[in-house]
Design a binder for this molecule. Structure first.
Ligand SMILES: Cc1cc2nc3c(=O)[nH]c(=O)nc-3n(C[C@H](O)[C@H](O)[C@H](O)COP(=O)(O)O)c2cc1C
Length: 165
């Protein structure tokens, strides 16, 4: 593929954006042209030839910006190769485990015939927005549970799929 890949994300505290940047970096290393930006700032997906959408998980749902992005652009997304990722679980419970997409994400995957989905561990640190976030952090349950090795390996799979397409 010689076109441009969009890597876009819904984030509240920034950790999903950092995952998206890591994904974008691997795609660039694979020789692809990549744009990366928040899902709420994307006006059109027509210029892109493939799309990766990520969302933080909040109260059992994908981040609202990721949900709105998929809803707003579904007609064009259905004509592009699309991958999804979620980032959320705090703690080591998901290490080495395959966490399935939430129901809403699964439905969107079916509608768009998405190529894949993965759940990465999340991150919540001092300074996170919101009362509940502050409670989680002050109770000692915060931390950074993202596995950048796994993130890069997943992104490499996308790079391979697009460059060998
Ligand atoms: C209010 C709140 C609700 C959350 N709900 C979930 C959840 O339902 N499932 C989950 O796996 N993680 C949940 N998390 C953890 C976040 O998904 C995690 O911190 C994620 O990395 C946040 O992404 P962001 O930094 O891009 O906003 C929650 C965190 C907060 C603060």
């Amino acid at each position: 593929m010689t076109g441009t890949v969009l890597v876009t994300y819904g984030t509240t505290n920034g950790s999903t954006a950092e995952i998206a940047e890591a994904v974008a970096g691997i795609l660039r290393k694979g020789g692809l042209t990549v744009e990366s930006c928040p899902a709420r700032s994307v006006r059109s997906v027509v210029p892109y030839d493939a799309v990766v959408v990520g969302g933080g998980l909040y109260a059992g749902r994908w981040h609202k910006d990721a949900r709105r992005f998929v809803r707003r652009h579904r007609d064009v997304l259905a004509q592009r190769p699309v991958w999804f990722f979620s980032s959320g679980p705090l703690g080591d419970s998901i290490a080495g485990r395959d966490v399935p997409p939430l129901r809403g994400v699964r439905r969107a995957m079916t509608r768009l015939d998405a190529r894949g989905h993965i759940t990465f561990g999340g991150c919540l640190k001092e300074g996170a927005k919101g009362r509940i976030a502050k409670m989680i952090v002050s109770s000692g349950k915060g931390g950074d549970f993202r596995d950048f090795g796994a993130i890069e390996a997943w992104a490499q799979g996308i790079a391979d799929a697009l460059t060998h397409a």
